[in-house]
Design a protein around this ligand. Structure first.
Ligand code: BG6
Length: 482
């Protein structure tokens, strides 16, 4: 029998993502027949009560057409619940006894708890004999708030779980379109010859959200956009765009290449911080026609935390010499969209004379969400018998992945990640050296903000952030792709 031990099983992530993902894997018969899910949390529940809660969560968070009553019943049968208080060693002893005989074919552990509980939980697991050979540990963010706290977490974990059995989650790596980036770059001969400073003029990565605090004030107000989104998700996207071709699609090769990119990120030092970064905080406004309060009103107290950040980054290596990577993310922006925008260089010479004055550089837009598509903007001749020569216009070559793979279900990112965890494939998880390189770069930015006395500029909810974010790119003659 193999088991997934889920800490924080009564929490929000578990209800919204983990249980629905496990249900999806169960419904598609991707879990071993004798696979068990042992849920734990501090609440004093029994298995029947937990199953009832899990059922409610699935009814609430799964699309109705995905939930099927008999499948739900057989899924709930797989669940057991044991209450565990991470500060009580005796609880881990009880857990160890309960799991005896149920993990001969493997144990995967998922910590979806506050990071302050990682230490005692890992120690408790080790003492209960639940950290031995073959046991894998997955950790959900936040993995620290800076390099030193991240190292401290990594050290505590490493005392019980070697790196090859430590699975750090970045749910962006579980998204189909993010993996598609690898397919696009390394499954096609077309792009690679252009994928460098000679062919590409600049790159933009935008992750915009319409939501505000979503009841997560306690966490968000100690984090802010830089640590919540850039340190992990956006730097992972940047690394996948910028990395050299790995020799194989395997954990070491892919992560070796990503970490080289992260280590090549040019520190944004004190001299550049005010030109190369912009921070903002939303005030009241309207998002998608709905009037919403400002951050401080939502929070109910003063705060200098940024809900928007825009950065100009550089990857200092041969491939990317002189190519800016503009990153931007924020809450309460006009639309929910994650995309990678790549602007190629213009043709070296226009044969179209004055008519070529409006020749546009090619652009590749990789839309990750809400819909998944890839769009290449190319110049084409406008139809007609224009006597003064050929008239050109920019037109899109569209690939809608949703349509191309119609019938394929859109999966939750955690389905891929949970399955990989259970099967022991760490390729789509973040290695220690990656996470530490990410923090190193982020810490310098935060230190730069403090040294320069930078505080967030206000932007109206429903706008694309403070106007300084526009100036950040316009200064280079570049516009954000909205
Ligand atoms: C999380 C952040 O990691 O990612 C949230 O903590 C953010 O603040 C979320 O909303 C965005 O994820 P997705 O998958 O909705 O783009």
């Amino acid at each position: 029998m193999s088991t997934l031990l889920l800490f924080g099983a009564t929490g929000d992530l578990s209800h919204r993502m983990l249980l629905p993902s496990l249900y999806g894997l169960h419904a598609d018969r991707l879990l071993p027949a004798d696979f068990r899910i042992c849920a734990t949390a501090r609440s004093e529940l029994d298995t029947a009560a937990f199953r009832a809660t899990a059922g409610e969560a699935l009814r609430r968070f799964m699309p109705a057409d995905r939930l099927e009553e008999s499948t739900l019943a057989s899924f709930l049968e797989r669940l057991d619940y044991i209450s565990v208080d991470a500060s009580r060693p005796e609880d881990f002893a009880r857990l160890g006894q309960a799991l005896a005989g149920r993990i001969d074919k493997g144990l995967s552990i998922f910590l979806s708890t506050a990071p302050s509980l990682f230490g005692p939980t890992v120690e408790g697991l080790k003492a209960a004999g639940l950290a031995g050979e073959g046991v894998r540990l997955a950790l959900e963010k936040p993995l620290g708030t800076d390099l030193s706290s991240s190292r401290a977490i990594n050290d505590v974990v490493a005392a019980a779980f070697p790196e090859e059995r430590t699975f750090r989650i970045d749910h962006y790596l579980g998204k189909e379109t993010v993996q598609n980036l690898l397919a696009l770059r390394f499954g096609n001969a077309l792009f690679e010859p252009m994928w460098n400073a000679k062919g590409i003029e600049h790159v933009q990565i935008t992750v915009s959200e319409t939501v505000g605090l979503e009841g997560r004030a306690g966490y968000y107000d100690t984090s802010g956009a830089l640590r919540d989104m850039v340190q992990n998700h956006m730097l992972q996207l940047l690394a996948l765009v910028a990395m050299e071709p790995p020799s194989h699609f395997d954990a070491s090769a892919v992560r070796d290449e990503k970490v080289k990119v992260l280590r090549s990120l040019r520190p944004i030092d004190a001299d550049h911080i005010e030109k190369e970064s912009v921070i903002g905080q939303y005030s009241a406004g309207a998002v998608a026609g709905q009037v919403v309060p400002g951050y401080l009103e939502e929070l109910g107290k003063p705060s200098d935390i940024e809900t928007f950040v825009a950065l100009k980054a550089h990857v200092d290596n041969w491939r990317w010499h002189g190519v800016p990577f503009y990153l931007r993310t924020g809450k309460r922006l006009p639309s929910r969209q994650s995309e990678i925008f790549i602007q190629f260089r213009t043709v070296p010479h226009s044969i179209f004379g004055g008519r070529g004055a409006h020749l546009q550089p090619n652009k590749l837009v990789i839309r990750l969400q809400p819909e998944e598509n890839i769009r290449l903007l190319v110049m084409a001749k406008e139809p007609g018998l224009d006597r003064q020569g050929i008239r050109l216009r920019e037109v899109p070559l569209d690939l809608s992945l949703t349509n191309a793979f119609a019938g394929a279900r859109r999966r939750i990112a955690y389905e891929r990640l949970l399955l990989d965890l259970i099967e022991g494939d760490p390729t789509l998880f973040v290695r220690r050296d990656e996470v530490e390189a990410q923090w190193e770069w982020i810490d310098r930015i935060r230190a730069g903000w403090t040294a320069a006395g930078m505080t967030p500029r206000s932007y109206g909810a429903g706008s694309w952030g403070p106007s300084a974010a526009i100036a950040l790119t316009e200064r280079d003659g570049v516009s954000w792709h909205d």
